[in-house]
Design a protein around this ligand. Sequence first.
Ligand code: NAD
Length: 476
Amino acid sequence: MNMYTKLGLFIGGKWIYEAEKGENVLNPADESILGWLPHATKGNLNDALKSSEIGFDEWKNTNPNKRSRIILKAADILSERISAISKVMTLEQGKPLAESVGEINQSIAILKFNGTNAKLIKDELVADRDNGLKTLIQPHPLGICLCLTAWNFPIALVVRKIAPALAAGCSVIIKPSEETPGTAIEVVKIFQEAGLPKDVINLVFGVPHEISDYLLSRDEVKKLSFTGSVPVGKLLAKKSAETLKRCTLELGGHSPAIIAEDADIEKTLDVLTGFKFRNAGQVCIAPSRFYVHEKIYDKVRDGFLSRLKNILLGNGMSEGITMGPLANFRRIEAMQDFVDDAVKNGSNIIHGGNRHKNIGYFWEPTIIENINEGSKIMNQEIFGPILPLFKFDDYDDVIDKANSLNYGLASYVYTTSETLQKKMAKEIIAGGVSINTATPLHPDIPYGGIKESGIGYEGGMDAIYSFIHKKNINII
Ligand code: NAD
């Protein structure tokens, strides 16, 4: 039985399965071909734009209660398909099935939050001026939104954009990653079954820069929402500036994890090992620079070593596997480069450090110590299963180190001292500071990066309002 999705584009309410150009989608666990993905032509992109204009006209005039019902219905249908879609996701992305199931559950919660709140977007009236002036603040959906998502969370990233855009009343052209198209296709199918008018979502794939260059140059597109790397985010922001499109950018990070001398070590190690190696480290908010107080360094290192021995690396479709392959060969090359560079700079690999097997994109869970602060691993986003351990002895100094990069996404602090908790929460410059825990991305909480980690927020009402213009109507 074929568990994988038939791959296609969805334009103007029709599925397109054939094209002159396209690409194979590979299973990262064994490099087998899962399917062939057609690429959109310029003609297809124009059709998607025309369809999105029709879709916007219809959707913005749809009663918010109806919008709400459709989004909530999509959540219900997705709940019935967890088993099938989790397999599609693991086949194309590699993460263990249990993680795919978790990601789908998270996406259901996102749909529910946005569905529920779609009907709560209201006009506000300010009417307390002496001269009798009343100002009505009317929320208006921005228009056609271009959503571009990466491959590390094939459903959550898609839903985190589509759901608030639809709640706000926008139409969407989405280009998910060409490396994980099947999951996104299943989401679009679900929205059609839930009763979404056929022109409200258009789904395209192709050569990423050709699609973004073309669509971002068009006036009809009013907003860009992108999740991916910092360099691509900057490129897209520049392109968007030509027509002054609004941008939400959810970019990379290099998140410090600071373990103080008074931390609850066993609990800290459990939390950090789970969060570091989830999705084989390919998570924008993954802890990735580990600063350990010198007084507990040996204990922490040994604790990580023993926990890494329990990670079961293998095909995510198999029972009991706790870490799958990396999503593509580029990540293998990147891990090799990080390790080579660290060794050249005097570091020791104390666990892993190699590609595992020659078929499939597996990389061993790796720990590196004696890190030179100038090495690539301390300065570039790792996005993989490598854990660099760094010793520190002064809290002000370690905060400076935490703040030393241009990234500002997540950060992690482990300490039982309330004074230190408050100090770190205040002084670390990041999208968030998680204390004695991981970073839970709940659907009702806005999350966003600062510095070069991004612009704007996803999650919460902020995400819905990022697709809305507040128009003032002044009446006397
Ligand atoms: P990449 O930057 O080339 O691609 C990231 C995503 O952006 C891909 O899905 C791709 O389709 C899309 N993309 C790339 N160029 C584009 C363009 N010109 N127009 C439109 N879309 C474009 O890198 P990669 O090799 O796929 O991933 C490696 C790096 O990406 C990692 O080191 C990590 O920094 C980053 N990344 C971040 C996230 C995140 O959640 N913030 C997710 C995935 C990847």
